[in-house]
Design a protein around this ligand. Structure first.
Ligand code: AMP
Ligand code: FES
Ligand code: ZN
Length: 314
């Protein structure tokens, strides 16, 4: 950044947004970033005027950036906002995450709802599965949709990034999987009764940009990784490697795929509702209730083993 000047005010620049070939100082960065998100939101009609938006915030940089930008957009589009944070019961990691989100909600003056997975009978560490992260995704999607539906929100907003979308697209193209295309939308309308519309206003923003923004705005965020997350995400590494060679690749790629996805039309999957809880399901019992039942069974088996051990010890 030696000798580079901020494109907006002429002071010494500290960062460069490579995709946009623009250098900025720390003071001018937040307004530029927010204008990019506003442009995405308007261009792709991600949010509409007067909507009630439930903002899902984990405490990581991406969803923290999302909450702050939506706060900025709220007055322009007359949006009403509430934050939802899901405490997954992952020990110190979940405690720290909740603390960060509480601080953020207070700073941004957005009402906050914290849902504890333990109130639904289990926690993520109690899920005895090889793919803990996919169980966690099921639980988060379920709780977000349930809360949004019960409280009549128009949309649930998540902080999915350009990196997430690009890696997801490439992985599925390589796997010859076409179903994923239908999910590839910055705004995915609720496709059935009880399914709330999902929006991803940061789908054109990279994780690097989100980090620059939250740091420049001095927003609280948690840099720690979840103890269950895999050590590396190879698909993300691949798309970032291409981005390093071709600035703007990720954004253009996700835009292109979103266009193809929109042209490919909506799926009319047959819809079922869970016999236990009534939420949307792909079979008689929804994935969340299956997880809950599994965890309850695993816990009672453990308890029986503990009792047997105690009996033998005495
Ligand atoms: P992930 O699936 O962890 O990549 O997260 C994607 C998005 O889901 C984040 O940007 C958040 O908007 C939302 N999210 C993830 N974890 C939580 C959580 N514990 N509470 C609320 N929202 C979350
Ligand atoms: Fe879900 Fe890590 S946050 S498994
Ligand atoms: Zn269910």
């Amino acid at each position: 950044m030696k000798d580079a000047k901020c494109k907006k005010c002429g002071k010494p620049a500290v960062v460069k947004f490579r995709t946009y070939r623009i250098s900025l100082c720390e003071a001018c960065l937040p307004a530029f970033y927010e204008s990019l998100v506003e442009r995405s939101v308007k261009r792709h009609r991600i949010l509409r005027e007067n909507e009630r938006v439930l903002v899902a915030v984990s405490g990581g940089k991406d969803s923290v950036a999302l909450a702050s930008t939506l706060k900025n957009l709220a007055s322009k589009l007359n949006l009403s906002l509430e934050i939802i944070h899901i405490n997954l019961g992952i020990g110190e990691y979940s405690e720290k995450s909740e603390e960060v989100v509480r601080k953020l909600a207070e700073m941004l003056e957005i009402p906050l709802q914290v849902e504890h997975l333990s109130d639904f009978g289990f926690t993520i560490p109690a899920v005895r599965m090889r793919k803990v992260c996919s169980a966690c995704g099921t639980a988060k999607r379920y709780l977000m949709n349930r809360y949004a539906r019960l409280h009549r929100f128009d949309v649930v907003a998540t902080g999915h990034t350009c990196d997430d979308f690009a890696a997801f697209a490439l992985k599925n193209i390589a796997g010859g999987n076409l179903e994923w295309l239908l999910k590839f939308q910055p705004r995915a309308e609720g496709f059935a009764e009880g399914v709330v519309t999902k929006v991803r206003p940061l789908f054109e923003r990279t994780e690097e940009e989100n980090l620059l923004y939250v740091k420049a705005k001095k927003l609280p965020f948690l840099a720690d990784k979840c103890p269950f997350s895999p050590p590396k995400d190879e698909w993300k590494e691949i798309v970032r490697e291409i981005e390093r060679k071709k600035a703007g690749f990720m954004r253009n790629f996700v835009r292109g795929i979103a266009k193809i996805a929109a042209a490919s039309g909506e799926s009319v999957a047959s819809v079922k509702y869970c016999k236990i809880c009534g939420e949307i399901a792909s079979s008689d019992v929804c994935a969340f209730c299956k997880l809950r039942l599994r965890s309850v069974v695993a816990e009672s088996e453990n308890e029986m083993q503990r009792q047997t051990k105690r009996k033998h010890a005495t």
